[in-house]
Design a binder for this molecule. Structure first.
Ligand SMILES: Nc1ncnc2c1ncn2[C@@H]1O[C@H](COP(=O)(O)OP(=O)(O)OP(=O)(O)O)[C@@H](O)[C@H]1O
Ligand SMILES: [Mg+2]
Length: 458
């Protein structure tokens, strides 16, 4: 099962951490630049102070303030400061550390900052030009002040660490908020769960969607639709059981009456006549029970024993099993279809389907009529079966209704329970077969029942 809270955190935290790493890098570079700028200014200050203290005495240039004086400007106790004063024209060192690295390019009016290594340590150096009056001449000097980088790095580290900590704290807070928000957001679902749990087993009314979050409403709607279908199904089943028992009551009463009547007969001939009627009633009751069973079976949610089978052979057998009743009415029962046509389905149900259609055709076609069963393919891999008769047909307005259970067209004379086509419809639906009732082409009155299989993909 998925945990929504951890799912959200799993999706949100890694990108946030990646963003944090990016912000950290940018922040580090920014802090470094800022630290450089601040310390460069101080370094320049030291160089200017040093420059100001340079005086010429007896033709020689000396720094009047002791080195310790501007060393006071030093920014950090850990850092070291070096300086050097040299002639700008001849490069001859005058005072300070003579081996301090020279600027990479000649120094103009503006001070130049550059990085170098001195005494095995990285240093930042500022170099500037300073004019000193020697006698009556103004002499250009190069003043350099260098500083090790410890303080800069310390400041950068501190700045970066502070902002990184603040960001991490924010991420932690965001994670906690997500967690809290999800818990709050799921509260209506919990209420819904409790409401569903409290329901009675027979309560199939729709769940109220007003209090659920909009995102979950489609799910609840889908569940409601499913429950509604379930409710309709269980209602249909209840109706069916009621109908079926009602339907069985009539022939059973008739059987009982006919048996009692037979028992009262003293003459063998008279008794035989009653027993013959009783036999007929038993037969039709047996058919009714069989139909009820296949209806119940065709309602099972899955095909139980589906197999690949030859529809031509199956329909041929089912048709000619009804040869006797057809002969009794002198009906011309014909079958067309020589090639095997393979379909996928449940043999017993498909046989029942064909039998019901052919039985109807024989029953509702007047004597000496014609019934033809045809099996073929609409296109390669798509089976089609038609049952044509030249009886009275079914009026277009009735065609939907005759597919309903227990419905019989008004005035239908031969006995029946109105289940044959309902069973056919059910079996077709189970197999994805399209069932249509039309007229037989050619202008006759008869009925054509057409079964169209879905295309086979194998
Ligand atoms: N081939 C047909 N020609 C004319 N009417 C038909 C034909 N097939 C069915 N019908 C009409 O449709 C109705 C429903 O048929 P269905 O097979 O469902 O029930 P039934 O034949 O009355 O009873 P049973 O359950 O015994 O088959 C019939 O009562 C009949 O009026
Ligand atoms: Mg029938």
């Amino acid at each position: 099962m998925i945990h929504l809270r951890s799912l959200l955190l799993r999706w949100l935290l890694p990108p946030t951490m990646a963003l944090w790493a990016l912000a950290f890098t940018v922040g580090y570079l920014h802090s470094l630049a800022q630290a450089h700028e601040a310390y460069d200014r101080t370094l320049l200050g030291s160089a200017l102070v040093l420059g100001e203290t340079l005086r010429a005495s007896d033709g020689l240039v000396v720094a009047q303030a002791p080195f310790a004086a501007f060393e006071m400007l030093r920014t950090d106790a850990h850092d070291r400061i070096y300086y050097r004063v040299a002639g700008l024209d001849d490069g001859r060192p005058i005072t300070g550390y003579a081996d301090l690295p020279a600027p990479p390019a000649p120094v103009g009016d503006a001070p130049a900052f550059y990085d170098a290594t001195y005494k095995d340590l990285p240093v930042r150096i500022v170099a500037l030009r300073q004019m000193v009056l020697v006698g009556s001449q103004s002499r250009p000097l190069l003043v350099q002040v260098a500083e090790t980088l410890e303080a800069r790095h310390q400041l950068t580290r501190r700045l970066v660490l502070q902002s990184a900590l603040a960001q991490l704290l924010l991420i932690g807070l965001a994670a906690a908020l997500i967690s809290f928000g999800v818990r709050r957001g799921l509260a209506p679902l919990k209420a819904l769960r409790d409401a569903v749990r409290r329901r009675g087993a027979n309560d199939l009314t729709p769940i109220d969607t007003r209090a659920v979050p909009r995102e979950v409403a489609p799910l609840i709607h889908a569940i409601n639709t499913h429950t509604e279908r379930q409710r309709q199904l269980s209602e249909a089943q209840l109706r069916f059981v009621a109908n079926a028992s009602h339907q069985l009551k009539t022939p059973l009463t008739l059987l009982r009456a006919q048996a009692a009547e037979a028992l009262q007969q003293t003459q063998a001939d008279a008794m035989r006549a009653v027993v013959e009627r009783l036999n007929g009633t038993t037969e039709s009751t047996g058919r009714l029970v069989g139909q009820l069973l296949s209806l119940a079976r065709s309602e099972l949610p899955v095909l139980v024993q589906a197999e690949a089978l030859d529809l031509t052979a199956l329909a041929h057998d089912a048709t000619f099993e009804l040869l006797a009743p057809a002969r009794a009415k002198r009906i011309d029962l014909g079958f067309e279809g020589a090639q095997p046509v393979i379909v996928h389905g449940e043999r017993v149900l498909l046989r029942e389907l064909v039998t019901n259609l052919v039985h109807n055709a024989i029953v509702y076609t007047p004597e000496r009529g014609k019934v033809t069963v045809t099996v073929g393919e609409r296109q390669p891999g798509q089976a089609v079966l038609t049952v044509d008769d030249d009886g009275p047909g079914i009026a277009a307005a009735e065609r939907e209704r005759v597919l309903e259970r227990f419905y019989r067209s008004p005035g239908t004379v031969p006995q029946g329970s109105g289940l044959g086509l309902a069973i056919a419809k059910e079996i077709c639906a189970r197999h994805g077969v399209g069932l249509t009732l039309t007229e037989v082409p050619g202008g006759g009155s008869g009925l054509r029942v057409e079964l169209l299989w879905p295309e086979r993909r194998d």
